[in-house]
Design a protein. Structure first.
Length: 254
Protein backbone atom coordinates (compact mmCIF):
# COMPACT_ATOMS: atom_id res chain seq x y z
CA UNK A 1 0.00 0.00 0.00
CA UNK A 2 1.45 3.36 -0.96
CA UNK A 3 1.31 6.43 1.29
CA UNK A 4 -1.69 8.04 -0.44
CA UNK A 5 -3.76 4.84 -0.23
CA UNK A 6 -2.80 4.44 3.43
CA UNK A 7 -3.87 8.02 4.08
CA UNK A 8 -7.22 7.47 2.39
CA UNK A 9 -7.81 4.23 4.29
CA UNK A 10 -6.60 5.26 7.76
CA UNK A 11 -7.07 9.03 7.77
CA UNK A 12 -3.39 9.70 8.44
CA UNK A 13 0.02 8.75 7.09
CA UNK A 14 3.69 9.71 7.26
CA UNK A 15 5.23 11.18 4.11
CA UNK A 16 8.89 11.88 3.38
CA UNK A 17 9.79 15.53 2.85
CA UNK A 18 12.66 16.53 0.61
CA UNK A 19 13.53 19.41 2.92
CA UNK A 20 15.28 17.97 5.98
CA UNK A 21 17.94 20.69 5.85
CA UNK A 22 15.28 23.42 5.90
CA UNK A 23 13.51 21.82 8.89
CA UNK A 24 16.75 21.62 10.87
CA UNK A 25 17.40 25.24 9.90
CA UNK A 26 14.04 26.32 11.35
CA UNK A 27 14.89 24.85 14.75
CA UNK A 28 18.27 26.54 14.67
CA UNK A 29 16.59 29.84 13.74
CA UNK A 30 14.18 29.57 16.67
CA UNK A 31 17.04 29.02 19.10
CA UNK A 32 18.98 31.95 17.64
CA UNK A 33 16.05 34.29 18.32
CA UNK A 34 15.63 33.14 21.91
CA UNK A 35 19.38 33.59 22.31
CA UNK A 36 19.17 37.11 20.86
CA UNK A 37 16.64 38.36 23.39
CA UNK A 38 18.38 36.60 26.29
CA UNK A 39 21.69 38.32 25.44
CA UNK A 40 19.97 41.71 25.09
CA UNK A 41 18.48 41.41 28.56
CA UNK A 42 21.61 39.99 30.17
CA UNK A 43 20.07 36.71 31.29
CA UNK A 44 22.61 34.35 29.73
CA UNK A 45 22.52 32.36 26.51
CA UNK A 46 19.91 30.09 24.90
CA UNK A 47 21.74 27.61 22.71
CA UNK A 48 20.40 24.28 23.98
CA UNK A 49 17.19 22.64 25.11
CA UNK A 50 18.28 22.90 28.73
CA UNK A 51 18.91 26.66 28.43
CA UNK A 52 15.54 27.22 26.73
CA UNK A 53 13.79 25.32 29.52
CA UNK A 54 15.64 27.47 32.07
CA UNK A 55 14.41 30.65 30.36
CA UNK A 56 10.84 29.33 30.31
CA UNK A 57 10.78 28.16 33.92
CA UNK A 58 12.61 31.14 35.40
CA UNK A 59 11.61 34.74 36.16
CA UNK A 60 12.13 35.80 32.51
CA UNK A 61 9.32 33.82 30.92
CA UNK A 62 8.12 37.10 29.39
CA UNK A 63 11.18 37.01 27.13
CA UNK A 64 10.27 33.47 26.08
CA UNK A 65 6.73 34.58 25.25
CA UNK A 66 7.93 37.64 23.36
CA UNK A 67 9.90 35.53 20.88
CA UNK A 68 7.28 32.79 20.67
CA UNK A 69 4.59 35.26 19.64
CA UNK A 70 6.68 36.47 16.68
CA UNK A 71 7.81 33.07 15.34
CA UNK A 72 5.01 32.60 12.74
CA UNK A 73 6.01 35.94 11.17
CA UNK A 74 9.67 35.06 10.59
CA UNK A 75 10.16 34.78 6.77
CA UNK A 76 12.27 31.62 7.05
CA UNK A 77 9.36 29.96 8.90
CA UNK A 78 6.30 31.60 7.32
CA UNK A 79 7.46 30.85 3.77
CA UNK A 80 7.32 27.11 4.43
CA UNK A 81 3.52 27.23 4.16
CA UNK A 82 3.94 27.40 0.39
CA UNK A 83 7.14 25.39 0.04
CA UNK A 84 6.79 23.07 -3.02
CA UNK A 85 7.32 19.76 -1.15
CA UNK A 86 4.54 20.64 1.31
CA UNK A 87 2.12 21.71 -1.43
CA UNK A 88 2.96 18.53 -3.36
CA UNK A 89 1.97 16.36 -0.38
CA UNK A 90 -1.32 18.23 -0.08
CA UNK A 91 -1.99 17.65 -3.78
CA UNK A 92 -1.17 13.93 -3.49
CA UNK A 93 -3.80 13.70 -0.76
CA UNK A 94 -6.53 15.13 -2.97
CA UNK A 95 -6.19 18.91 -2.54
CA UNK A 96 -6.40 20.20 -6.12
CA UNK A 97 -6.47 23.95 -5.40
CA UNK A 98 -4.72 24.36 -2.03
CA UNK A 99 -5.64 27.30 0.15
CA UNK A 100 -3.84 27.79 3.44
CA UNK A 101 -6.17 28.30 6.38
CA UNK A 102 -4.09 31.06 7.93
CA UNK A 103 -1.29 31.71 5.42
CA UNK A 104 1.42 30.78 7.89
CA UNK A 105 2.36 27.79 10.04
CA UNK A 106 1.16 27.16 13.56
CA UNK A 107 4.18 26.64 15.80
CA UNK A 108 4.00 24.54 18.96
CA UNK A 109 6.79 24.42 21.53
CA UNK A 110 6.13 21.87 24.24
CA UNK A 111 8.29 22.05 27.34
CA UNK A 112 8.78 19.04 29.64
CA UNK A 113 5.67 18.26 31.66
CA UNK A 114 3.73 21.12 30.07
CA UNK A 115 0.23 19.67 30.28
CA UNK A 116 -1.39 23.04 29.61
CA UNK A 117 -0.48 22.79 25.93
CA UNK A 118 -1.91 19.29 25.50
CA UNK A 119 -4.95 18.85 23.30
CA UNK A 120 -7.62 16.26 24.21
CA UNK A 121 -9.11 13.90 21.60
CA UNK A 122 -10.68 15.97 18.83
CA UNK A 123 -11.20 16.44 15.12
CA UNK A 124 -9.73 19.57 13.53
CA UNK A 125 -12.66 20.45 11.27
CA UNK A 126 -14.83 22.21 13.91
CA UNK A 127 -11.93 24.49 14.83
CA UNK A 128 -11.00 25.55 11.31
CA UNK A 129 -12.58 28.66 9.77
CA UNK A 130 -14.44 26.64 7.17
CA UNK A 131 -13.03 23.74 5.22
CA UNK A 132 -13.68 21.29 2.43
CA UNK A 133 -14.46 17.65 3.10
CA UNK A 134 -10.93 16.75 1.97
CA UNK A 135 -9.24 19.45 4.07
CA UNK A 136 -6.21 18.30 6.01
CA UNK A 137 -3.35 19.27 8.27
CA UNK A 138 0.35 18.64 7.61
CA UNK A 139 2.26 18.31 10.89
CA UNK A 140 6.07 18.54 10.81
CA UNK A 141 8.33 17.81 13.79
CA UNK A 142 11.52 19.84 14.21
CA UNK A 143 13.28 16.93 15.93
CA UNK A 144 12.78 13.18 15.99
CA UNK A 145 9.66 12.28 17.98
CA UNK A 146 10.12 9.45 20.48
CA UNK A 147 7.68 7.97 22.96
CA UNK A 148 9.34 10.15 25.60
CA UNK A 149 8.69 13.36 23.65
CA UNK A 150 5.06 12.45 23.11
CA UNK A 151 3.98 11.63 19.55
CA UNK A 152 0.65 12.63 18.09
CA UNK A 153 -1.86 9.79 18.65
CA UNK A 154 -4.55 8.99 16.09
CA UNK A 155 -7.50 6.59 15.94
CA UNK A 156 -7.14 4.78 12.59
CA UNK A 157 -10.16 5.00 10.28
CA UNK A 158 -11.93 7.49 12.57
CA UNK A 159 -12.11 9.92 9.63
CA UNK A 160 -14.80 7.71 8.10
CA UNK A 161 -17.23 8.54 10.93
CA UNK A 162 -17.93 12.02 9.64
CA UNK A 163 -18.07 14.95 12.03
CA UNK A 164 -18.58 13.90 15.65
CA UNK A 165 -20.19 15.91 18.42
CA UNK A 166 -17.80 18.26 20.22
CA UNK A 167 -19.09 19.86 23.42
CA UNK A 168 -16.96 22.95 22.79
CA UNK A 169 -16.64 24.06 19.17
CA UNK A 170 -14.61 27.16 20.00
CA UNK A 171 -11.65 26.13 22.16
CA UNK A 172 -9.99 22.88 21.08
CA UNK A 173 -8.38 22.55 24.51
CA UNK A 174 -11.90 22.12 25.93
CA UNK A 175 -13.00 19.62 23.32
CA UNK A 176 -15.02 16.73 24.70
CA UNK A 177 -15.49 14.67 21.59
CA UNK A 178 -18.15 11.99 21.66
CA UNK A 179 -16.14 9.02 20.40
CA UNK A 180 -18.17 5.92 19.49
CA UNK A 181 -17.32 2.58 21.05
CA UNK A 182 -15.69 -0.23 19.11
CA UNK A 183 -13.02 1.82 17.32
CA UNK A 184 -9.38 0.89 17.08
CA UNK A 185 -7.17 2.23 19.90
CA UNK A 186 -5.15 5.41 19.56
CA UNK A 187 -1.97 4.79 17.57
CA UNK A 188 1.14 6.90 18.34
CA UNK A 189 3.02 8.21 15.31
CA UNK A 190 6.77 8.52 15.94
CA UNK A 191 7.81 10.87 13.15
CA UNK A 192 11.41 11.79 12.36
CA UNK A 193 12.94 15.02 11.11
CA UNK A 194 12.31 15.12 7.37
CA UNK A 195 8.90 13.47 7.66
CA UNK A 196 5.42 14.99 7.63
CA UNK A 197 2.33 13.55 9.28
CA UNK A 198 -0.77 14.18 7.18
CA UNK A 199 -4.10 14.07 9.01
CA UNK A 200 -7.59 14.36 7.62
CA UNK A 201 -9.53 17.10 9.40
CA UNK A 202 -11.99 14.32 10.31
CA UNK A 203 -9.41 12.09 12.04
CA UNK A 204 -9.73 11.84 15.82
CA UNK A 205 -6.35 12.56 17.41
CA UNK A 206 -4.75 13.97 20.54
CA UNK A 207 -1.45 15.43 21.69
CA UNK A 208 1.25 13.35 23.28
CA UNK A 209 2.80 14.70 26.47
CA UNK A 210 6.45 15.65 26.66
CA UNK A 211 7.57 13.27 29.40
CA UNK A 212 11.25 14.11 29.11
CA UNK A 213 13.17 16.08 31.72
CA UNK A 214 15.46 18.17 29.53
CA UNK A 215 14.10 18.09 25.97
CA UNK A 216 11.97 20.58 24.08
CA UNK A 217 9.46 19.35 21.49
CA UNK A 218 8.92 21.71 18.56
CA UNK A 219 6.61 21.28 15.60
CA UNK A 220 4.96 23.17 12.76
CA UNK A 221 1.63 22.46 11.17
CA UNK A 222 -0.12 23.74 8.09
CA UNK A 223 -3.82 23.50 7.26
CA UNK A 224 -5.13 23.31 3.71
CA UNK A 225 -8.61 23.32 2.21
CA UNK A 226 -9.49 22.66 -1.42
CA UNK A 227 -11.02 25.52 -3.43
CA UNK A 228 -11.72 23.07 -6.29
CA UNK A 229 -13.89 20.81 -4.13
CA UNK A 230 -17.41 20.65 -5.68
CA UNK A 231 -18.91 20.17 -2.22
CA UNK A 232 -17.05 23.21 -0.88
CA UNK A 233 -17.89 25.28 -3.94
CA UNK A 234 -21.54 24.38 -3.38
CA UNK A 235 -21.21 25.91 0.11
CA UNK A 236 -19.82 29.05 -1.60
CA UNK A 237 -16.39 28.39 -0.03
CA UNK A 238 -17.79 29.42 3.34
CA UNK A 239 -15.30 30.22 6.10
CA UNK A 240 -17.90 29.71 8.80
CA UNK A 241 -17.05 26.95 11.31
CA UNK A 242 -18.41 23.57 10.25
CA UNK A 243 -21.08 22.20 12.60
CA UNK A 244 -22.29 18.67 13.38
CA UNK A 245 -25.63 19.30 11.67
CA UNK A 246 -23.89 20.17 8.39
CA UNK A 247 -23.49 16.41 7.83
CA UNK A 248 -20.08 16.56 6.15
CA UNK A 249 -18.21 13.33 5.36
CA UNK A 250 -14.58 12.66 4.47
CA UNK A 251 -13.69 12.41 0.80
CA UNK A 252 -10.21 12.50 -0.68
CA UNK A 253 -11.62 14.11 -3.83
CA UNK A 254 -14.80 15.75 -2.57
Amino acid sequence: MNSVNAYEQNGFELFSLDMKREIIGVREKIFSLFDLIAIEHGVGRVQSDEELIKLYEGPNIDLWRAIYDHLPDIPQIASLAFHPPIIEIARKCGIREPASTNGKPVILINMPGQNSRAFPPHQDLPYDPGGSENSLVIWIPLQDITDELGPVEVIPKSHKLGLLLHEDNVDVKKANTKIPEGLEPFQPVNAQVGQALVLSNFSVHKSGLNLSKQKVKMSLHFRFRDLASPEYLNRKLSKKPVLFNDGLKFSINS
